[in-house]
Ligand binder design. Structure first.
Ligand code: 13P
Length: 253
């Protein structure tokens, strides 16, 4: 049985002080849900320590939004997996569509980031998803599969404790246009069958596949009541404590 996961991706929002305030208001809302599912918060790098301190002792996990594949070296401005594990980070988002699109990250580079995360003892949350033109062209499943295979290509093992996949259709991110549950399920099934071909049925059955893209308290129940959807990666709505808590409650029930 896969344990559901809801992760809030705060993106580039919040000073350290603002992040601390958000974490403090989330804590009492999320704490009662911690035995029913897994919850993770992905604040900006500069807030990781503070948010980590706030959630210490709770069952909420810390996540980062990106990393550099190498453990250390002359990479000005970058953050390594080793630096993240030292801050008690458990998950790290790799291949977010904003990184792919705005920072020109390639499938190959994302595969190296996932491997760098694994080498540091982190669990990558590998994001895949088609853009609108690719969907209209009927290329959705092909694009997802290509991103997925490149993303996991260098991982030493793929199983439930070592990898999370997030299906995030680019056209649904920050647009208010959530995919329908049926669209998400089609993608999630394709991802799981691709994982099964690559890593075997048992490993594939243990990997959590999250949906992300305009998840709100209003859309969460329809999406998260479906067994193929193992949780959510939440952007905008994760910045409002009551909204993120409502989404998490929907995933827990
Ligand atoms: P929104 O929930 O704001 O659409 O963002 C989704 C996302 O990119 C999560 O990683």
């Amino acid at each position: 049985m896969r344990r559901r996961l809801v992760c809030g991706n705060w993106k580039m929002n919040g000073t350290e002080e603002e992040s601390a305030a958000l974490a403090a208001s989330l804590l009492p809302l999320l704490a009662p849900l911690g035995d029913r599912l897994e919850i993770a918060l992905a604040p900006p790098f500069t807030s990781l320590r503070t948010v980590g301190e706030k959630i210490q002792g709770s069952r909420i996990q810390l996540a980062a939004q990106d990393l550099h594949p190498a453990s250390h070296g002359a990479f000005t401005g970058e953050i390594s997996g080793r630096m993240l594990t030292a801050l008690h980070v458990r998950y790290v988002i790799v291949g977010h569509s904003e990184r792919r699109r705005l920072f020109r990250e390639t499938n190959e580079e994302i595969g190296r980031k996932a491997a760098g995360a694994a080498a540091a003892g982190l669990v990558p949350i590998l994001c895949v998803g088609e853009d609108e033109a690719e969907r209209l062209d009927g290329r959705t499943l092909g694009v997802i599969e290509e991103q997925l295979l490149a993303g996991i290509a260098r991982l030493p093992s793929t199983g439930g404790d070592t990898l999370v996949v997030a299906y995030e259709p680019v056209w649904a991110i920050g647009t208010g246009r959530t995919a329908t549950p049926d669209q998400a399920i089609e993608a999630h099934r394709a991802i799981r069958s691709c994982l099964a071909r690559r890593a075997g049925e048992d490993a594939a059955a243990s990997i959590r596949i999250l949906y992300g893209g305009s998840v709100t308290p209003e859309t969460a129940t329809a999406m998260l009541s479906r067994p193929d959807i193992d949780g959510a990666l939440v952007g905008g709505a994760s910045l409002v404590a009551e909204s993120f808590a409502a989404i998490t409650r929907a995933a827990a029930s």
